[in-house]
Design a protein around this ligand. Structure first.
Ligand code: ATP
Ligand code: MP5
Length: 263
């Protein structure tokens, strides 16, 4: 049986992040990808030119259509845009009997806001408690938990601060620190450090979405959280290494890097 994985996220018209990155990752990792669109962005390699949220009713209806008939073995959330959408999605995933990977997307790589400041409280009190794994980057940790991380050592305190909000596991992504690309996975008792060489490639659009979707795909296949995260890290590291130029700015990671034999 092919496991079903659902992404609840925003559309990136440029195809590098959001829903598009999620579905490509799911295909590459051998699961059936499905989507609930929360917002539509006009986006390319230069930034986000516009964003439009969907009504809560449209988000709920998409979710129910998928879960009630097809069923899901894992859910991933990304851009949720507003407090109203965060609350609705948190309630939906809390009521679904499947692991949830929550990527608390705050701003794009170019600094465009993808979440209203007024939604942060709902992220802390509703969304994070419903997460099996939360995957904040360092900017999101600062926004959500008020903890600034400037060195690998400080990632431990950041993880503890995020775990206070109730996710079962947290993966602190250290992609924005200099040096190796180091992430910390912990549930408060086990600690797993994931280290990969930093690829000196500016075409890294979509790393966060890709990593979270890869984790959800692994969980849907029945992997444990640490196993799914190790495999997802390998996948995203290869995708960053193969990232390619597109447009005039930051190009996407290559979701198809494992399939390429002809370029
Ligand atoms: N240059 C790089 N080389 C190798 N791995 C990287 C690089 N940049 C990021 N990563 C890895 O990619 C994953 C995503 O981390 P990152 O901190 O970039 O997430 P993000 O900030 O949510 O993504 P984005 O910056 O695209 O919004 C992590 O596993 C991180 O270590
Ligand atoms: C619609 C949408 N969702 C998420 C991101 C962040 O992308 P990432 O953190 O993977 O680079 C984005 N740029 N656009």
């Amino acid at each position: 049986m092919i496991p079903n994985v659902l992404t609840v996220a925003g559309s990136d018209s440029g195809g590098g992040a959001g829903i598009q990155a999620d579905l490509k990752t799911m295909l590459a990792l051998g699961v059936h990808g499905m989507s609930v669109v929360t917002a539509v962005t006009a986006q390319n390699s230069l930034g986000v030119q516009g964003a439009w949220e969907l009504p809560v009713e449209a988000v709920r209806a998409q979710y129910r259509s998928v879960v009630d008939d097809i069923g899901v073995q894992a859910v991933k959330t990304g851009m949720l845009a507003s407090a109203e959408l965060v609350e609705a999605v948190a309630e939906l995933i809390a009521g679904t009997n499947a692991p949830a990977v929550v990527d608390p997307v705050g701003v794009s790589k170019h600094g465009d806001a993808l979440l209203a400041a007024s939604a942060l409280d709902a992220v802390r009190t509703k969304l994070l408690p419903a997460a099996t794994v939360a995957t904040p980057n360092l900017d999101e940790v600062a926004q959500i938990a008020g903890v600034r991380v400037e060195s690998e050592r400080e990632m431990r305190a950041a993880a503890a601060a995020v775990l206070e909000y109730g996710p079962r596991w947290v993966l602190i992504k250290g992609g924005h620190l200099p040096g190796d690309a180091v992430d910390l996975l912990t549930d408060g008792s086990e600690e797993h450090w994931l280290r990969a060489p930093r690829h000196d490639n500016r075409h890294t659009h979509g790393t966060g979405c890709t990593l979270a979707s890869a984790i959800a795909s692994g969980l849907a296949k029945g992997r444990s959280v640490p196993e799914a995260v190790v495999e997802a890290k390998e996948y995203v590291t290869g995708a960053v290494a193969a990232g390619f130029a597109l447009g005039g700015g930051i190009g996407p990671v290559d979701h198809g890097w494992r399939f390429r034999t002809d370029v």
